[in-house]
Design a binder for this molecule. Sequence first.
Ligand code: GAL
Length: 706
Amino acid sequence: MAVDRNSDSGEAVGDRRGRVWSPGTGGLLYGGDYNPEQWPEPVWAEDLELMREAGVSMVTAGIFSWAKAEPSPGRYEFGWFDRVMDGLAGAGVRVCLATMTASPPPWLSHAHPETLPVDAEGVRKSPGSRQHYCPSSPVYREHAARLVERLATRYADHPALAMWHIGNEYGCHTRQCFCEVSAAEFRRWLRERYGTVEELNTAWSTAFWSQAYGSFAQVLPPRAAPTFPNPAHQLDYLRFSDEALLGCYLTEKAVLDRVTPHVPVTTNVMPNHKPVNAFAWAAHQDVLSLDYYQDPHEPLPEVRAGYTFDLMRSAGGGRPWLLLEQAPGAVNWRPRNGPKAPGLMRLWSWQAVAQGADAVLFFQWRQSLGGAEKYHSAMVPHGGRDTRIFREVTELGRELASVPEIAGSRSAAEAALLLDWDSWRALELAARPSTLNQTELSLGHYRPLFEAGVACDVLPPDADLTGHRLLVAPNLYLLSERDAEHLTGYVTGGGHLLVSFFSGIVDPHDRVHPGGHPGVLRRLLGLRTEEFWPLAEDERVTLEGRVNGRADLWSEAVEPEGAEVLAVFGKDHPALAGRPAVTRHRVGAGTVWYLATRPEPRAMRALMDTVRAAAGVEPVLPGLPDGVQATRRERADGSGGFLFLLNHSGAAAEVALPEPMTDLLTPAPGGPLREVRLEPSGVAVLSRPGTARARDGAPDGGRRGA
Ligand code: GAL
């Protein structure tokens, strides 16, 4: 029952230390967070029955069970949890077993108040919610490790155990701690990094505002200060805090590596979560997991989701990932919590699969009656089985189980967006020329690719870029000389790169690259920016030339130094009228474009289409109707693949297929289709007949007419 860890069939996910998680053998996983401690035991039996009905194949259990599993220090009570695990095993449900350390029990902070986190203002946070621990606290880590050791030893060979879920959403509530323990750890971290205080002073530009340190002992965390703290100090504290969280994760992982080396590990990262560098954490997981909560009130939620899912898949090197949490309906933590209208939960679940997920799980299985999340939707709502949500949950479970062959398949992209966590952090510090939001800027560049139906990766700038014909660098503010050389090598070698404003400006310590803007990219871009010219909040300016339309947010005084001008600012920008807004520079065998402002979506799409055409990057399907997403996943054994069509528009759409295909979700009575009609929120999962299901003995797996 446990995931086949050593199978060589299907596509292996994560093979460090001999651990292999092979989704190809088990189909797509389906389920949710299971919190049985909230319920009397008789409810558990009904849970198992309903799980069977809903097609649940994996739950993540124990996430908030510490207080029940260790009610007082060193007194462990696992008997109740044995019954949970045994019940699940008996029902054929796999368990992604949480290490139970996400919410320490009250006795820990009672005995050790120093484990509680302190904010930048010096306020020590109280227990009584969750994640109330200082990431650097050795006491918290020791207690966590002790619990994990017990848990791992007890369930190492349990038939339900599929994988470990370490912690929960690291840095969700406690991103940074500013306590004395953290301060001491930070000083140790700085000593290791800089060696001498002189080096530190140079890196942090402490000659400014009389900040020079005489010794490491004088350095504090960047606590609340009269005005702007030193940005290099802040940047290092963000890095340090990320590593402190990772340290908690690795402390637990070390125990699991020792006690259950055969069981894969994961941790659920939050979407677009600046405190935790998803690229860096990926190296320490056997399979990557994401929690994603669309806001049904947001326009174009599929674009933000698309970007996040692509980032997740790319962080895992293209391997399948797990959607470990989403909501079946509304959440309860936004000011206004929109429910998912009929069909949206299905559509957005399929979007995750279409973009590489091999699991669709929810928070949570059964809706709580008490506590802070009782108004958050669940797979089994307060109203029980006879509810729209449970019916949709059951229908989705049936549908996902009907296409096990998707698991393990992968997709490739020729385009990639660049994202650097350090640059993101630095970009959003205070005292910049304008307030800039990395994720919104990245989405502005991602949207035209998504809407054109182009497959896209999201990569750090130091990634292996071979195989990508087109790179897009949205506002890559912080860029080391080495990474700039890497990008230059990419372009001279024949790559196509679009760079947008405020890129290549500072080094990893937030020090401006000398010699004029845009610093380390100046030669590559063939231009110089003499002055930044951010626009007022409601200011719009016109672009004229090969890119037409309006732009906002930013402009700058660009002087070409070899680059060709493709568009200029119009007369409504008197200061910069006629100055370059979009340029192109051919370098070696490649081309690099520069965008000195933020065009409105229509103009951005036109620019991106031009750049994409020059790079020779084709959409997954040409001529897609508006609002229809198309993605592909290919089977690892070369026996074909899948074309996913998702209708995010509010209207029905017809999509012409490149060749006759079978819709695996709704096989057509007349055989393979040449065209698919998608209702609003409709989904089709198509395969070429005779390939994807060939192994089952019948071209369509014997489903037709079933
Ligand atoms: C996540 C968390 C879950 C639950 C969920 C509600 O951030 O991991 O435990 O709180 O949000 O949306």
